[in-house]
Design a protein around this ligand. Structure first.
Ligand code: ATP
Ligand code: MG
Length: 477
């Protein structure tokens, strides 16, 4: 078991002053699973003031009595260790917050207020394990089980309903059957939980490798309807002849693909939500039903959802745009440079790649993806093309004004010829594109005849052609 020195030192310091101190919670669970713990929590019978007295680099954080110690470690992973005094389960009248924090005298009391058996194991300074609720057994059996009566524990704090699903998803565990029954029967308690706390657990589920299994579990246990009820509207909604899956199955399978690809959160959310507007726009039944405008209706719903779950505006807007424009045309016969330019303005240049990822998820999530890699490559080729400035004299560090000034002449064909010649030279050697050098060249080129200068045009045409060939090769179109 690898316990960092910084953590050991904190425990030792507390012990030396006669206090009990244990590593506890998620980090013990992760240690026993052979995973790298994200953060380190220590519990002790010392009170916040006593902890603060011992550690100068500490701050007293919140009303849960937690004191955060700055380790001063350069090692990026371990800047802080959190010390929380033994606490007991105070009364929760609103199912959200304990009415007051109550410190406890004994480790047993602190362990018994923790949510699940696998999160209620403690380790002392010698590495000895204190496991009062058979957490290790549940770790082996891969089970999420509440400490004590699940009905009571969920009533104390309903966020635990969601934590159960989140832990099961992230760890690839099952929820033990009595605990699972209690989740189902108490799902409605989630109404009382703040959207921020719900959002944070929801994000952890969506970001998990097993996000797909997680979202199915949320639905089966009746929790999803208190998080994103709109998604449930797609359950059992059949699509038309192009689809083998219902809207719900299709949305969730799109998510599955993005998790397999390890795509970032916003792409996962956009894929999960991409067809969320279909149930509300469905016209007709069976093979020929339609869903016109589902992306517009869907985008509106998504903006609402992201807002409601208190996501920051930035990700809210991105996910909304990705859903809004996921239906872009990309048939090579239909797609034009100007239509792609318009799309880029609407979605944002920075989101184009993600939009393609959502479309890919849509395709794979349909269960029988049509063979369109060529279409997609063609689309990428057009995007590449319209994203880059074309080869032109605009690329030069000098312009027509400069040429006229240097040659003390007015406008005329000569100006264009000189600029083209400069461009031809810069195409051959981009290092030559400095104002200083080009100005010098203007005077030298001035001595050449128009016929000589015109040779540059061939060179430019050739460069344009080469660039196009390169791009076609790159996208294999
Ligand atoms: P993570 O890997 O996300 O940090 P974690 O289990 O460590 O998971 P934290 O929110 O860091 O979750 O909580 C640390 C510990 O505090 C938990 O392991 C558990 O013992 C206890 N705990 C957290 N939230 C609750 C809760 N709502 N009810 C009871 N105990 C909780
Ligand atoms: Mg933790």
């Amino acid at each position: 078991m690898r316990i960092p020195n910084e953590v050991k030192q904190v425990i030792t310091k507390l012990n030396e002053k006669g206090f009990e101190a244990y590593i506890v919670g998620g980090c013990v669970r992760d240690l026993l699973l052979g995973k790298e713990p994200k953060d380190w929590d220590i519990t002790t019978n010392a009170k916040p003031e006593q902890i603060q007295e011992l550690f100068s680099e500490s701050f007293y954080e919140n009303n849960f009595g937690t004191v955060t110690i700055q380790t001063g470690s350069e090692e990026s992973s371990l800047k802080e260790v959190q010390i929380t005094p033994y606490r007991t389960e105070a009364k929760y009248t609103d199912k959200r917050h304990p009415d007051e924090i109550q410190f406890a005298e004994k480790l047993d009391e602190d362990l018994s207020r923790r949510d699940f058996t696998i999160n209620a194991i403690a380790i002392d300074s010698k590495g000895e394990i204190i496991d009062l609720f058979n957490g290790q057994k549940d770790l082996k059996a891969k089970l999420i089980r509440t400490v004590g009566n699940p009905y009571e524990r969920f009533n104390e704090d309903a966020l635990r309903l969601l934590r159960a699903v989140r832990l099961a998803t992230v760890l690839n565990f099952k929820i033990e059957s009595t605990t699972q029954e209690a989740v189902k029967e108490n799902s409605e308690l989630l109404r009382a939980i703040s959207k921020e706390r719900i959002r944070d657990e929801f994000i952890k589920i969506i970001e998990a490798d097993r996000a797909y299994e997680g979202i199915l579990m949320l639905q089966e246990l009746g929790l999803l309807k208190y998080i994103v009820p709109e998604l449930e509207e797609g359950v059992g909604v059949e699509q038309n002849l192009h689809h083998i899956y219902t809207v719900w199955e299709h949305n969730t399978r799109a998510l599955k693909y993005t998790a397999e690809q390890e795509y970032p959160l916003h792409v996962r959310l956009a894929s999960l939500f991409h067809d969320i507007g279909k149930p509300r726009t469905k016209r007709g039944e069976g093979k020929y039903s339609t869903f016109y405008g589902h992306e517009v209706v869907g985008a509106r719903m998504v903006a609402e959802i992201m807002n409601r779950l208190k996501f920051p505006n930035e990700i809210g807007e991105t996910v909304t745009k990705l859903v809004r424009y996921h239906m872009f045309f990309y048939n090579p016969e239909e797609v034009t440079e100007s239509s792609v330019r318009r799309l880029m303005v609407n979605v944002g240049k920075e989101n184009m790649e993600d939009l393609l990822k959502v479309r890919e998820a849509d395709r794979i999530g349909s269960g029988r993806p049509k063979a369109v890699p060529y279409k997609l490559r063609h689309m990428k080729y057009i995007i590449d093309k319209v994203s880059h400035d074309p080869i032109s004299v605009k690329m030069l560090k000098v312009n027509g004004e400069d040429v006229m000034k240097e040659l003390t002449s007015g406008p005329g064909p000569k100006v264009g010829l000189v600029l083209n010649s400069l461009l031809a030279e810069v195409l051959d050697d981009p290092n030559k594109n400095t104002k200083e050098h080009l100005i010098q060249r203007i005077h030298e080129l001035d001595k050449q005849s128009p016929e000589e200068l015109k040779k540059a045009l061939e060179r430019i045409d050739q460069a344009v052609e080469e660039e196009e060939k390169e791009r076609m090769k790159k996208y294999y179109v």
